[in-house]
Design a protein around this ligand. Structure first.
Ligand code: BTN
Length: 234
C-alpha cells in the first residue's frame, strides 16, 4: 500500500537488471501515472494495474510498436473474457462507446541505437462503480452490469501479450498491425494532434510499419507522428 506506482517499482527493478518478462502487479496505486503527466486513478481491488519489463532486441525507434501490440492484446483479452468489443484510439487509449476503459504507458530506457529495457504499464478499469468514474471513463463492470473476475482477465492479457510479442519478434510488425487495424477507430478520421509543441490537423490515413500515424494535411502533405494526444474531429 505504500507503493506509489507499479511503473516506478518496475523502473527500479529494470535498472537493477531484472529479466525480460518481470511483472509488477499492484492492487492499488497512490501515484498511478497516466500519459503526459496525468494521474491514473487506481482504487484498491477495482482495476488491473500492471507494469511489465521487456528487453526486446529492437531499435528505440521501433518501440511504439510495443504500445500498439499491448493495445491489441488488451482488446483481445477483453473480448475473450467479457465479450465486449473495445476499440483503440491511436496510440494507446482503449475505449468502449467513446469512453476510456484502459490505458497504456510505455517507458523506454535506451541508448541511441539500442533499447536497454522497456516498461509497459497497463491500467484497466475493471470493477469500478459508475459513480466513482469520470464522465469520460467507463469500466467493464459498468458495461456488463456485473463484476468481472480480475484474475481471469489478467491471465488472458498476459497470454495475449506473450503470443503477440513472440509474433512480433519472429515475424516483424505486419501481423500485429493487421490486428491493430481491426480494433482501431482512428484511421479514416479527421484528427487534431498536439505533439511536441505543435498542432497537426488532417486525416489519419494510415499506420506506418513502425507504428507511427500518418496524417494527410489540407496542403496534401503527409506528416508522420510517433506520439501525441489525438482528438477525433469527425
Ligand atoms: C494513460 O492512458 O494515460 C496510461 C495509463 C497507464 C496506467 C498504468 S496502471 C499500471 C502502470 N502504473 C502506472 O502508474 N501507470 C500504469
Amino acid at each position: 500500500d505504500t507503493l506509489g506506482s507499479s511503473m516506478d517499482m518496475a523502473m527500479e527493478l529494470g535498472v537493477k537488471g531484472a529479466p525480460s518478462g518481470t511483472l509488477v502487479l499492484a492492487e492499488s496505486q497512490n501515484q498511478g501515472r497516466g500519459r503526459l503527466g496525468r494521474v491514473w486513478f487506481s482504487p484498491k481491488y477495482k482495476g488491473l494495474y500492471l507494469s511489465l519489463i521487456l528487453r526486446p532486441d529492437m531499435l528505440p525507434t521501433q518501440a511504439p510498436m510495443l504500445t500498439l501490440l499491448s493495445a491489441v492484446s488488451i482488446c483481445e483479452a477483453i473480448k475473450a473474457i467479457t465479450g465486449i468489443d473495445a476499440q483503440i484510439k491511436w496510440p494507446n487509449d482503449i475505449l468502449v462507446h467513446n469512453k476510456k476503459l484502459a490505458g497504456i504507458l510505455t517507458q523506454v530506457v535506451a541508448e541511441t541505437d539500442k533499447i536497454n529495457f522497456v516498461i509497459i504499464g497497463i491500467g484497466i478499469n475493471v470493477n469500478n462503480d459508475r459513480k466513482a468514474l469520470l464522465s469520460t471513463a467507463t469500466s467493464l463492470k459498468e458495461q456488463r452490469r456485473e463484476d468481472i473476475n480480475r484474475v481471469s482477465l489478467l491471465q488472458e492479457v498476459l497470454r495475449r501479450l506473450e503470443t503477440n510479442y513472440l509474433v512480433l519478434e519472429k515475424k516483424g510488425s505486419s501481423q500485429i498491425l493487421e490486428k491493430w487495424r481491426l480494433y482501431n477507430i482512428t484511421l479514416g478520421k479527421m484528427v487534431k494532434i498536439y505533439c511536441q509543441g505543435k498542432h497537426i490537423e488532417g486525416e489519419a490515413v494510415n499506420i506506418d510499419i513502425d507504428g507511427g500515424l500518418l496524417i494527410r494535411k489540407d496542403t496534401g502533405i503527409t506528416d508522420k507522428v510517433m506520439a501525441g494526444d489525438v482528438v477525433h474531429c469527425r
